[in-house]
Design a protein around this ligand. Structure first.
Ligand code: NAD
Ligand code: IPM
Ligand code: MN
Length: 357
């Protein structure tokens, strides 16, 4: 059976880490006899925007909906196109129109990587952020009034639906149930945000009734960020709204040494639409063009894609290869964010070699 994968590299280091993501996937596909067919798309990048005046062609939904998965690099180049135009016009459309309501983001301190948190070893940090991915604070409800006058008003409402909140909570509880510690932490801010966040808390309490074996706690987002740094070992599955999940999923990986290794899966669990796999990081204009970006976030996202397509063993083989290469700690291979002096290609090649070995 052929699995059709749409490739959108995007901008900046997205175009540099993508070839390494594909290299790892090709090695894995060969080893496990998986038939992957890649189709490359130019749209979804700022260069496409400069040429066409939009991020995506009008028929993008039709063009992509039949794929088995989307493999994305990173998008955004603020000097060319304002971020809210490039991101709202591409990635956020995919998430919303393909109903990818789960954004699953593992945070794991890997062997060989030094955490910026003193004394933390692999095993101390190993949790998932489950981020609501289609509503919440990222809503299109709102507007601008009295523009250009001193009565100017801007409003963007947070939208929480019972369906939207319950389905992400259910996913997070189910995930917690598969984990040895069976623990779920909810990110809230119901002390200050007095309508949507108490609603979120209520739905957590309601959902928890169906999962008596899960230990549930909650923190307001402000102290939760502090606890990520002070007590990362407390966390197992952390579930949050779209914005809170976004913030936690950069902070978590930073605690594991670098956001360059963090993967993500934007999932439509029902399989009605393709899911999208991409690193957590962005296009990193500050290091783009130098060939020094860490490709592990992209490669690990490919592992999550294989698992989603039903090839757990193949996905695990990629993660094992990543761990092996990081453990070896060869500075000529590793990129700078993890203490080496190697390149995107040297690290990507080493991982592919381990997959082949
Ligand atoms: P960023 O993630 O691109 O970069 C933040 C910092 O992390 C930079 O110093 C960068 O050099 C470093 N970094 C990121 N990835 C790295 C890697 N693989 N290896 C080594 N270092 C890495 O975030 P930003 O600077 O806020 O955003 C830059 C652009 O990317 C903006 O246009 C933003 O909107 C966009 N963005 C896109 C995505 C996405 O496509 N999913 C995610 C985040 C940001
Ligand atoms: C992410 C990114 C996006 C988000 C941006 C680029 C719109 O930060 O995938 O985490 O906020 O979701
Ligand atoms: Mn983010």
């Amino acid at each position: 059976m052929t699995h059709r994968i749409a490739i959108i590299a995007g901008d900046g280091i997205g175009t540099e880490v993508m070839p390494e993501g594909i290299r790892a996937l090709e090695a894995t596909a060969k080893r496990f006899n998986i038939d992957l067919e890649f189709t490359h798309f130019e749209f979804g990048s700022c260069d496409y925007y400069l040429e066409h005046g939009k991020m995506l062609p009008d028929d993008w939904f039709e063009q992509l909906k039949g794929f088995d998965a989307l493999f994305y690099g990173a998008v955004g180049w603020p000097d060319k196109v304002p971020d809210h135009i490039s991101l709202w016009g591409s990635l956020l459309q995919f998430r919303r129109r393909f109903d990818q309501y789960i954004n699953l983001r593992p945070c794991k301190l890997m062997p060989g990587i030094k955490s910026p948190l003193a004394g933390r070893e692999p095993g101390d940090i190993d949790f998932y952020v489950v981020r609501e991915n289609t509503e919440g604070e990222y809503s299109s409800v709102g507007g601008k009034m009295f523009e250009g006058t001193d009565r100017e008003v801007v409003i963007q409402d947070t939208v929480m639906t019972r369906t939207g909140v319950d389905r992400v909570l259910k996913y997070a509880f189910e995930l917690a149930q598969t984990r040895p510690r069976k623990k779920l932490t909810s990110a809230t801010k119901s002390n200050g945000i007095s309508i949507t966040m108490p609603y979120w808390d209520e739905r957590v309490v309601e959902m928890a009734k169906g999962y008596p074996e899960i230990a549930v706690d909650k923190f307001h987002i402000d102290i939760l960020t502090a606890n990520f740094v002070l007590h990362p070992d407390w966390f197992d599955v952390v579930v949050g709204s779209n914005l809170f999940g976004d913030i936690l999923s950069d902070l978590g990986p930073a605690c594991t040494g670098t956001i360059g290794i963090a993967p993500s899966a934007n999932i439509n669990p029902e399989g009605n639409f393709p899911s999208l796999f991409e690193p957590v990081h962005g296009s990193a204009p500050d290091i783009a063009g130098k060939g020094i970006a860490n490709p592990i976030g992209q490669i690990w996202s490919g592992a999550m894609m294989l698992e989603h397509l039903g090839y757990k063993e193949a996905g695990d083989a990629i993660v094992t290869a990543i761990e092996e290469v990081l453990s070896e700690g060869d500075a000529t291979v590793l990129t700078r964010d993890v203490g080496g002096e190697g390149t995107t290609a040297s690290l990507g090649k080493a991982i592919a070699d381990h997959i082949n070995a």
